[in-house]
Write a protein that binds this ligand. Structure first.
Ligand code: SF4
Length: 339
């Protein structure tokens, strides 16, 4: 599958399932407006479609549909141990959308969810209320684009803009919006704030072509990052996950050369580095659904329930990248993922 240069990925959902209780919700109506030809099917609960037995993730993803629903609980989750907290003590994430329009072969969502369909929860206000309650007790660092890529579909849902407005009202809240998109329009149309960090995931073009299907090229992502920085947005670069390939050293060197030529690294707030790792249960599910994927079928080593590259490969790759990055950015700004 080719990667894309466009700002947004425009999914063509042929069927949209909508929970009866949110059919008249203004966000539901706004989302539906983007899909005048879709067949709209009323349902009682999103799990009736999302958790249907016998769904195979990949097949589902290739004919991905949308489910519009209401989130009932679990508005905030504690950050998972395989995720980077960047030194923040109160690290949480939210899931106002599940699944992604992109199709990275190594994506843990394929091992986590029973279906490739996307779910959008329209009751964002309930998450905001929960966040405000917690903020009365302590500061928060929340990753709002973990189980999806919000910026990739911002033109349809507008959730990043809603979070960006919300964060401006709360001094003790910091959010991270992680993306592989090249959504220039968002940065052109919005103003930066100190509470919002946009974390752009970068990979060598070889890895993008081989494994990050439907995502923008490295060139397009870098051009978007440059614009975001120039507009004053706080930008993090995530070289995570690093993916092993035959000539990985050359691929990652060539990528860094392009990064350093395109971006003023002094204006990047920090970078993260981490080789691919995934919980054993997720990988087990993924191996069943992707029998021919080199990245999924790689003989990873199981370290306390987490599959990762053999130590030698992992250390070589991470040390190499950290070494190269330290030429361009102070060591204290480089966060290397540790168990
Ligand atoms: S962009 Fe992220 S969330 Fe989306 S498919 Fe790729 S890894 Fe998964």
């Amino acid at each position: 599958m080719k990667s894309l240069n466009n700002d947004y990925y425009n999914p063509l959902f042929s069927h949209i399932y909508v929970e009866k209780d949110v059919l008249d919700h203004p966000r539901t109506q706004e989302i539906l407006r983007h899909f005048p030809n879709a067949v709209v099917i009323e349902i009682i609960h999103y799990k009736d479609v999302f958790c249907r037995r016998g769904q195979q993730y990949l097949l589902q993803h290739n004919s991905q549909n949308l489910i519009i629903a209401q989130k009932e609980d679990n508005f905030l989750y504690e950050g998972a141990p395989v995720c980077q907290s960047f030194g923040n003590s109160w690290f949480y994430y939210t899931s106002c959308m599940m699944n992604c329009v992109y199709n990275c072969e190594y994506c843990y969502l394929k091992g986590m969810y029973p279906s490739g369909n996307m779910v959008a929860f329209v009751n964002l206000e309930d998450t905001f209320t929960e966040v405000e309650n917690r903020l009365k007790e302590h500061e928060l660092y929340i990753c709002v684009s973990y189980d999806t890529d919000l910026l990739a579909v911002e033109n349809i849902f507008g959730y990043t803009a809603e979070w960006a407005e919300f964060v401006k009202k709360h001094d003790n809240l910091k959010i991270e919006v992680r993306t592989k998109s090249a959504n220039k329009r968002f940065f052109e149309e919005h103003e930066p704030s100190s509470g919002m960090i946009t974390a752009f995931t970068l990979s060598p073009q070889y890895v993008i072509d081989a494994y990050e299907h439907k995502t923008p090229t490295l060139k397009a992502r870098l051009s978007c990052i440059k614009l975001a920085i120039d507009k004053g947005f706080q930008v993090r670069l995530a070289f995570d996950p690093m993916i092993y390939c035959k000539d990985w050293r050359k691929q990652y060197s060539d990528m860094l050369k392009e990064v350093f030529e395109s971006i003023d690294m002094q204006r990047v707030i920090d970078v993260s580095v981490g080789s691919f790792r995934i919980s054993q249960d997720y990988l087990k599910n993924m191996r069943r659904s992707e029998p021919y994927s080199a990245v999924v079928q790689f003989p990873y080593e199981n370290e306390k329930g987490v599959y990762q590259y053999p130590k030698r490969i992992m250390q070589e790759m991470e040390h190499f990248l950290v070494g190269e990055l330290s030429r361009a950015i102070p060591a204290e700004k480089i966060f290397l993922w540790k168990e």
